[in-house]
Write a protein of this length. Structure first.
Length: 95
C-alpha cells in the first residue's frame, strides 16, 4: 500500500486498523501522527521472524471528532500482536 492510499483510507473511514507495521520499539511515532486522528500502536517485539525478516506490529487510527478516550491494550504473545481498544462516542456526534 502506498502512502497516499493510507490517507485516502483515513479520509473515508473513522477507524482504520493496520497490521504488519514492522514498527520497532525505537520508532519515532511523531512521524505517523495524522491531524484529526488518535493513534494506538503495538510495536513488534521480535527482531526477525522464522523466515528471517522483521514481522509483527499493529496500529489503530481513530477519528478524534467521533471518538474520545481511546484506551489501547496491546497483548503480546509468542505468535501474534493483538490490540484491543476501548472508545467513547462523542456526544456531539449526530451522524
Amino acid at each position: 500500500m502506498e502512502g497516499g492510499d493510507v490517507f485516502q483510507l483515513l479520509r473515508d473511514h473513522d477507524i482504520v486498523g493496520l497490521s504488519e507495521t514492522w514498527l520497532r520499539q525505537d520508532a519515532d511515532l511523531q512521524a505517523l501522527m495524522v491531524p484529526g486522528f488518535s493513534l494506538a500502536v503495538g510495536r513488534t517485539t521480535r527482531k526477525r521472524s522464522r523466515h528471517g525478516r522483521i514481522s509483527g506490529g499493529v496500529a489503530v487510527y481513530t477519528r478524534t471528532k467521533k471518538f474520545r478516550g481511546m484506551r489501547p491494550q496491546v497483548i503480546y504473545s509468542e505468535l501474534d500482536n493483538v490490540i484491543w481498544i476501548s472508545l467513547q462516542i462523542t456526544s456531539s456526534n449526530s451522524e
